[in-house]
Design a binder for this molecule. Sequence first.
Ligand code: XBP
Ligand code: MG
Length: 259
Amino acid sequence: MSELKALIFDVDGTLADTERDGHRIAFNRAFADAGLDWEWSEALYGELLAVTGGKERIRYYLDGYNPGFERPSDLDGFIAGLHRAKTDHYTKLLAEGEIPLRLGVRRLLETARREGLRLAIATTTTPANVQALLEHALGPASPGWFDVIAAGDVVPAKKPAPDIYDLALAELGLSAADCLAFEDSENGIRSARGAGLGTLVTINEYTRSHDFEGALLVLDHLGEPERPFSALAGDAAGATHVDLALLRVLHRNMSAANA
Ligand code: XBP
Ligand code: MG
């Protein structure tokens, strides 16, 4: 039976609640800069999250929510320009320290590192966004904690396709059976499961009602010793916060079930 060797993390919604008060605000600022009267409300943004990737999300919005917009002849270039401006706004928001890590994330990453588990990231977001979040919320040296940061347009298809997790596994040189993934959304778990990974889910306000079929565990957050998690699905083996002991139990049970 293989031993647990690496943890692979999604970023948006999993390491930090970046969507409502980060990405959404940055999109709206980029739209205003470009003289557009588009305003993505919290509720609308929840619907737009059906599609992963910022450029893809702008196109989805135009197709489904703003079909009357007169499209420039170079629509791809127009969207790419808006998205570049959005990335600038987003990374500035992070540099201002606006977005903290979710509960339990720092503790789990530090423990995993101390105990020799390898760390990786698999996300649809732009690499500059990952870099900025890690540097500002976790610490300037923290991007170096991750052996692999698989992010953005480096794969042909974004989540829910498994490509980004397949890439992270290939770059780690590990098989899915050696790892666990951490996700917050239905698109995310579909991607991780598609790559064959056992997956823990921590929900957030946008993903609470998603379908997490196949998750090892669905929690409200990773928890801390003095701030226990609530388990929404799965067997937490009596644990109150996610630590390596719990992850090893989940991994062992998963390996036994797949044997
Ligand atoms: C996250 C996303 C990202 C961000 C925006 O999905 O969908 O697109 O909202 O990032 P996941 P960019 O957490 O499943 O990876 O604008 O840089 O694409
Ligand atoms: Mg996510």
